[in-house]
Design a protein around this ligand. Sequence first.
Ligand SMILES: O=C(O)CCC(=O)C(=O)O
Length: 278
Amino acid sequence: MDLDLPSTLRAFERDGYVILRELLSRAETEALAAALAPYEAGRPMGRNDFEGERTHRVYSLAAKGEIFMRLAENPRVLSLVDRLLLPSWLLSNLQSIRIHPGETPQPWHTDDGFYPIPRPRTKLAVSTIWAIEDFTEENGATEVIPGSHLWGDETPHDDARGAIKAVMPRGSVIVFDGALWHRGGLNTSSATRLAISPQYCQPWLRPQESQLLIAPPDVARTCSDRGRSMLGYGIHPPFLGQVEGMHPLRLVDPSYRHHKTQDHAVAEQVLARPKAVM
Ligand SMILES: O=C(O)CCC(=O)C(=O)O
């Protein structure tokens, strides 16, 4: 099923989020959980209230299996990201979040709060949280405050007035503006709530995770063209991201000049500009 992009984007701009339901099959969510299992085994819980002291997180998933990059490249989600951020946007973070029974609510926060630009502000980032297990009223479904992406310096009330829970079946995803106030919920159930969260940022910002260290050229070689671009093997015109004054894809693909990638197409558009990096 294709998205109705105009109405989805209108809802996103109004509320600061949209929920896309059941984009993944049960088999796909099970495969993601299975790929995660070896990294979760024996892992300590989070180090503080924000990470969650009854929460398991696995960071830097970009290099922990092609299946995670495929999730970050989901075409329906990217059809939105492509319209919300500038071409050559970047993957900022790719992590899993398993909230265990007894976990308390996470502090309210935004995912772009570490960029020192006054609010309300131009769009800096888009986050997604995929339900790999059902998100329910009881098990810690992400809570969001609709419309709060448009706030200035206000902060949420402790009683979470106006918040809604992103209750959704496994395989669904909540896509939200990085400026939207949200938090992981409390888990009063007897089961875990597993999420995977790819987050994207404008190409002129520093990503949260250092993707070029997480996925050096040998790893990038195994990625799709789109994957390489979002990891930072690309140019934000005319020359952000250059290496030795040249396009970073040359480090990954010696035949870079001879086939067309999305990056290449972007770079071609700026050929006419002085100092464009190719
Ligand atoms: O787990 C969730 O539902 C939200 C987590 C979150 O927002 C974060 O850790 O930044």
